[in-house]
Ligand binder design. Structure first.
Ligand code: ATP
Length: 319
């Protein structure tokens, strides 16, 4: 077993339809390490579902290669399927069956004995606080409950790598946060997880590394901190002084401070742009005090994934 869970090179999917040619995935090269919680982030239509489809052997690549758990998705799809668990974007559970039955069928399909399938199914339902819903049919469940059953189903065969395609799309905020907790716990237990999402907040709060994709192309791939650091994004410090103070009187001095890229004053507000917010903030407080300005409020807006995306594409992020 290698340390690499997913390894793609120039992976490409081109759709040719009557309305034209779409490069859904336009040459994607990336690596996911074992034990990582890896996020594929991009706006609608970026190519996330198509990428997940190729990695899980559902969609045949047009060109390029992808190895998942050491097996080639085209050359040995059966080996890939044996190593992965998949949670698709839409609920494809059998709605007429109960949660327990859905899981048991999946376990039997994966080669477990009836007894082992039942044991594993009950264990997973308990893990996801769904034991009281074991006998409920899928069509009687909320979206969040069905999502947990799909996650449990993907784990029946104890997969090496778990793939989740936009797992929290359409879930309410509380259910989303509950699912994040579940994924974090699984990650802490060593499970490799690859998920796609169009929620920046989800990628920010959950993922070890994030691949930002748009129009089928990989724009950047790194940890959140490294993504933010790599693009030289400025933190914005806004200092508000007591009513009627004139921030303008210190603006020239502020612009001269080491680490200040730019500064603007308007009434009692001073806005300062910097790459080194901590040192600059201390200096600003001192300058204000010396000039007799009484500080009422400080706001710090650090670079976010949103500013990273804007910086990479020059466009607003469209969720
Ligand atoms: P979403 O968040 O909306 O699911 P996505 O990032 O998952 O978006 P994909 O579903 O992979 O994006 O689609 C990428 C592009 O490929 C889109 O322009 C889409 O219209 C196109 N596409 C996807 N599947 C097909 C198909 N079967 N035939 C033709 N075009 C397709």
């Amino acid at each position: 077993m290698t340390d690499v869970a997913v390894d793609t090179s120039e992976l490409r999917k081109t759709y040719v339809t009557s309305s034209g040619v779409t490069e859904a995935v336009a040459g994607l090269t990336l690596r996911v390490g074992r034990g990582e919680l890896f996020g594929l982030l991009g706006p609608n239509g970026a190519g996330k579902t198509t990428t997940m489809g190729m990695l899980t052997t559902r969609i045949a690549p047009t060109s390029g290669t992808a190895a998942v758990a050491g097996a080639d998705v085209v050359g040995d799809p059966i080996a890939v399927r044996r190593s992965i668990g998949v949670v698709p974007q839409y609920n494809n559970l059998d709605r007429q069956l109960t949660a327990l039955e859905n899981l048991e069928f999946s376990g039997r399909y994966a080669g477990l004995t009836a007894k082992a399938a039942r044991r594993r199914a009950l264990e997973l339902l308990e893990l996801f606080s769904m034991e009281s819903r074991a006998g409920a049919k899928i069509n009687e469940m909320s979206g969040g409950q069905a999502q947990r059953v799909m996650l449990a189903r993907a784990l029946m065969r104890r997969p090496d790598i778990l793939f989740l395609d936009e797992p929290t799309s359409g879930l309410d905020p509380q259910t989303r946060v509950n699912l994040w907790d579940i994924l974090r716990r699984m990650r802490a237990d060593g499970q490799t997880i690859v998920l796609s999402t169009h929620y920046m907040e989800e990628a920010e709060s959950l993922c070890d590394r994030i691949a930002i994709v748009d129009h089928g192309t990989l724009l950047a791939c790194d940890t959140l901190d490294a993504l933010k650091a790599s693009t030289d994004l400025e933190t914005v410090l806004t200092l508000t002084y007591e009513t009627d103070a004139d921030a303008e009187k210190i603006i020239a001095q502020v612009k001269e401070l080491a680490g200040v890229t730019n500064a603007e004053a308007s009434g009692e507000n001073l806005r300062v742009f910097t790459l080194t917010p901590d040192g600059v903030l201390a200096a600003l407080v001192r300058v204000g005090q010396d000039a007799g300005l009484a500080l009422a409020d400080v706001r710090i807006v650090r670079p976010s994934l949103e500013t990273v995306f804007l910086n990479l594409t020059g466009r607003e992020y469209r969720e």
